[in-house]
Design a binder for this molecule. Structure first.
Ligand SMILES: [Zn+2]
Ligand SMILES: [Zn+2]
Length: 154
């Protein structure tokens, strides 16, 4: 294998977040999140309905003020999964395919996650302002710079 083509950690985890996003069940937004510490994955999550509840893409969305409120966002699902298993998130990083909404951002902050890597920018400017105030690092990884090295797959 060509070592110069080897993915960086950032590319690797953001590419995994993109794969995770493909499991989303709400057509309005496909998002994937991966929580990482010391270059190891602690948890993953995608945008989807409550466990056992029907999927938006089967029964339609539950719209409120132009937003779908049926789903649990990718970041929330990743945090909930880690919490459910008792995995501490203190000092970890989260890779999300779209920048967090205000609610997800607040949950990220209080879960102890210290770094947010996001793909596309999504809607909320407050997160940038508050990340700065709270000492949370927020880094943009432009999606167009990512390539899944499919040619290296066996
Ligand atoms: Zn929906
Ligand atoms: Zn959110």
């Amino acid at each position: 294998m060509d070592a110069s083509k080897r993915q960086s950690w950032n590319e690797y985890f953001m590419n995994i977040a993109r794969i995770v996003a493909t499991r989303s069940t709400c057509n309005r937004k496909y998002v994937g999140a991966v929580i990482v510490k010391n270059n190891a994955i602690l948890s993953t999550g995608y945008n989807g309905s409550m466990s056992g509840a029907p999927h938006c893409h089967d029964v339609g969305c539950m719209l409120e003020n132009g937003h779908c409120v049926a789903t649990i966002h990718a970041e929330q699902n990743a945090i909930i999964h880690a919490a459910k298993l008792g995995i501490p998130m203190e000092g970890s990083s989260i890779y999300v395919t779209a920048s967090p909404c205000w609610l997800c951002f607040k949950m990220i902050v209080n879960s102890g996650i210290e770094k947010i890597y996001y793909g596309e920018f999504y809607r909320d400017e407050r997160t940038m302002l508050w990340a700065d105030k709270l000492g949370i690092s927020m880094e943009h990884i432009p999606m167009e710079t990512l390539t899944l090295p499919l040619d290296q797959m066996p």
